[in-house]
Design a protein around this ligand. Structure first.
Ligand code: PEP
Ligand code: MG
Length: 315
């Protein structure tokens, strides 16, 4: 194989013991979908829809949106695509929706909170996703970003269902959502943990500030505990718990996440082959053991070291 082209994912969607763990791609624009598919991704675990809304003065029309979503869905016939509704604000500002001056934009009117200020924008997006789904042979899941309360999730679910969307979920990227995972999962069909924001909010450390990088590490114990709480709730309620933050791109952490109860992983497509390689040769018992080591470690360096050593012995 040529060195500048990553190997294709060689993974059949389950661990060595048959435990199903879907390996999906994060997609930020339609062109990524084709790349993800050619790398062997089984679907899209996070379609960031911001690409449609940025760099313009007015929102995209319904038809523009239908065409863009349909293009992504067409790359995965028979597969799954998880669409995230617009996540504007904070690190993703949008002039026509989040123009107000905020002292703390990361704690401000962003994500679903911003969409609730313009319900028509949300309805148009949900309607476009539903229409594109009807035109495709793809299993379309829809989720909202920045959910902080089960009530917000319930409101989103009702709205999405009114548009005919069948599988509706919430991102877990605010600590309150993880702490209330049972109540949250009671009202949604699935959740997906966004470890980028979950880490930033758990350790109160801006994800864009390089000087705080040590506090933006998904191996930090409080982040792992919150993911464990979410995974446990998913098992109790029998509902899928994905991870779509960059944590899923780290092969060793991917094993830990599965041990914490995560049932699907989604990361940048070029990182998938490395994650696939470890998933296919691990089993649930090993993942549980690695999760236990990581949780007990106390800090990221010790967690990485302990997990690396235990995994090297077993795989
Ligand atoms: C996250 O927060 O982990 C996430 C997946 O969403 P984004 O990086 O787009 O905020
Ligand atoms: Mg996020």
């Amino acid at each position: 194989p040529r060195r500048d082209r990553p190997a294709t994912v060689d993974y059949r969607g389950h661990l060595a013991d048959g435990t199903a763990v879907a390996l999906l791609a994060n997609v930020g624009e339609p062109a990524d979908a084709g790349r993800a598919r050619s790398l062997g991704a089984a679907g899209v675990g996070l379609l960031r829809t911001e690409f449609l809304f940025g760099d313009r003065l007015t929102p995209p029309t319904l038809d523009e949106q239908v065409a863009a979503y349909a293009e992504v869905f067409a790359a995965f016939p028979g597969g799954r695509v998880v669409v995230r509704t617009l996540d504007a604000g904070s690190d993703k500002p949008l002039p026509y929706l989040t123009a107000g001056v905020e002292t703390n934009p990361a704690l401000g009117v962003r994500g679903l909170r911003a969409m609730r200020t313009d319900p028509e924008l949300l309805d148009t997006q949900l309607s476009a996703v539903a229409e594109a789904a009807r035109r495709s042979h793809t299993e379309v899941w829809t989720m909202a970003p920045m959910i902080a309360t089960p009530a917000e999730a319930a409101e989103f679910v009702a709205r999405a269902r009114a548009h005919g969307l069948a599988r509706v979920g919430a991102m877990v990227e605010v600590p309150s959502a993880a702490l209330l995972a049972d109540d949250l999962l009671a009202v949604v069909d699935f959740v997906s943990v966004g470890t980028n924001d979950l880490t930033q909010y758990t350790y109160a450390a801006d994800r864009l500030v390089g000087a705080l990088a040590a506090l933006n590490d998904p191996w930090l114990p409080a982040v792992l505990r919150l993911i464990q709480m979410t995974g446990d709730a998913g098992r109790r309620l029998g509902k899928p718990v994905g991870v779509c933050g960059e944590a899923a791109a780290d092969p060793l952490l991917a094993l830990v996440l599965v041990g914490l109860g995560v049932t699907s992983l989604s990361a940048t497509a070029r990182m998938l082959p490395a994650v696939a390689a470890v998933l296919g040769s691990a089993d649930q018992a090993l993942c549980a053991r690695l999760a236990d080591i990581a949780l007990r470690a106390g800090d990221p360096a010790a967690a990485r070291r302990g997990v690396r050593e235990a995994a090297a012995e077993a795989i």
